[in-house]
Design a protein around this ligand. Structure first.
Ligand code: EPZ
Length: 416
């Protein structure tokens, strides 16, 4: 296992280029199941989770080659099972469920099980597929879905779910007749998937809003597509510039995906300028306490909550962070506390009192974004921090230590 060792105190300066979006790459890889033939996906981030999704497709019989540009040949798919040992390492593997049922009429996908941040059920995915005529059985920890041909249906999601909306959009694309997904997730990655499905010949209207209409077609053809940038990676580097009091230009990001994050950061007293060249973040001023509630897009993203907790800890006063999406997404708190933070968690609410003078320590990463928060605290801490189990980071950040070192951080990866 690797660890990352950081000597804190350096102000980050310079430019950083954002990679392709993890949470767009994963559904796009799964969507190749729908077309047969050879799909080409460009600007793919070099992440552990992308590798896992490629392995899931290979497990089905597809041929996947390349790294930043993936070639996926899916005509050779001849198996319809996503096994437990892959799904348990990455719950997004469940994204093969909709495409397999839609194109092959069958799928056997391990239930993802919970993860560090919550139970994360997939009941909405299954409810929607059943509404489209799929027979769903739960056997020995697997979902077994079958249907000769899905038929269009109206699905009202009880809760806005990103991968649920994606699974149902992909399934409905090849269903017979018209479908409507109500209370759909509005995330940019949902919109990106709809964009690619429409390039494949699907007829999807309203992606990016809470009501998505899909006119089913008989088949879809392979495409070539370059993925949108990762708004959460961009937000994480914005936070890194802010907490170190640095001056960083974040390039290759889409401003319209970061409006709430930019506004929240400006409200905390960070100078943020945004133009066609990217997002400029200049820290160093006095930080003001913040009141933050995570919401489905376009609200404040849950994937940025841990990073903003570090910013809140440095602010002068009491901040309130409310996590409404996941039931256990304060795993970063115990470790930040060991580095000197003053955080009091009451259920879904964390009260953060600052200013904190973070101290270096040996800490343990627990989930992807919690690990990012530990790195941010380490960048500003007095002394040296050792973040262990950084495979959590590698799931969602492409060579984060190289990008941070280029910005002047004293950071290195070590083998443990
Ligand atoms: C996606 O997860 C992202 N992952 C997550 O990013 C992100 O945190 C999350 O959306 C919320 O924005 C990918 O896109 C691969 P949800 P997803 O279904 O789709 C409940 C990261 O750090 N729910 O939108 O699994 C669920 O328990 C990862 O990159 C049901 O109850 O999240 C949660 O409380 C972490 N039933 C809420 O909805 C369902 O059928 C939102 O979950 C589905 C979800």
């Amino acid at each position: 296992m690797d660890a990352i060792v950081i000597k804190g105190g350096k102000k980050l300066r310079g430019e950083v280029s954002i990679s392709g979006a993890k949470n767009a790459a994963l559904p796009l890889i799964a969507s190749a199941i729908l077309t047969g033939g050879r799909n080409t996906i460009k600007n793919v981030p070099d992440l552990h989770d992308v590798g896992t999704m490629a392995r899931v497709l290979e497990q089905l019989g597809a041929e996947v080659s390349g790294r930043r540009t993936l070639q996926i040949a899916s005509s050779s798919i001849n198996k319809f099972e996503a096994p437990y040992d892959l799904v348990r390492t990455m719950r997004a593997s469940v994204l093969v469920l909709g495409p397999l049922v839609a194109r092959y009429g069958r799928a056997r996908v391990s239930l993802p099980g919970g993860c560090a941040i919550g139970a994360r059920p997939i009941d909405q995915h299954l409810k929607g597929l059943e509404a489209m005529g799929a027979k769903i059985e739960l056997n020995h920890g697997y979902v077994e879905a079958s249907c000769k041909r899905l038929r269009g249906a109206t699905v009202v999601c009880d809760i806005s779910t990103v991968t649920g909306t994606m699974n149902l959009m992909m399934a409905a694309s090849l269903a017979k007749g018209r479908s409507t997904i109500e209370n759909a997730a509005r995330e940019p990655e949902v919109e990106e998937l709809a964009r690619v499905l429409n390039k494949m010949g699907a007829r999807i209207y309203g992606a990016g809003t809470a009501v998505i209409d899909i006119e089913g077609v008989d088949d879809l053809h392979p495409v070539e597509h370059a993925i949108i940038p990762d708004r959460i990676e961009a937000g994480t580097f914005m936070a890194a510039a802010a907490v170190t009091g640095g001056n960083v230009l974040i390039k290759n990001c889409l401003l319209e995906h970061l409006e709430v994050v930019i506004a929240k950061m400006q409200g905390a007293g960070v100078e943020v300028s945004a133009d066609a060249g990217g997002i400029g973040v200049r820290g160093g001023g006095e930080l003001r306490p913040l009141d933050l509630t995570t919401q489905p897009y376009p609200g404040f993203p849950t994937d940025m909550q841990a990073q903003f907790m570090v910013l809140a800890a440095l602010a002068n006063g009491q901040s309130v962070l409310t996590e409404t999406i996941f039931e256990n997404r304060f795993m970063h708190v115990p470790e930040l506390t060991r580095m000197g933070a003053d955080v009091n968690v009451q259920g879904r609410v964390a009260i953060v009192r600052g200013p904190t003078r973070f101290m270096g320590a040996t800490v343990m990463a627990s989930d992807l974004r919690a690990s990012a928060a530990l790195v941010l605290a380490a960048l500003v801490a007095r002394g040296t921090t050792r973040v262990r189990r950084v495979y959590h980071l590698d799931r969602g950040y492409e060579r984060i230590e190289l990008k941070l070192r280029k910005l002047g951080a004293n950071i290195r990866r070590v083998k443990e």
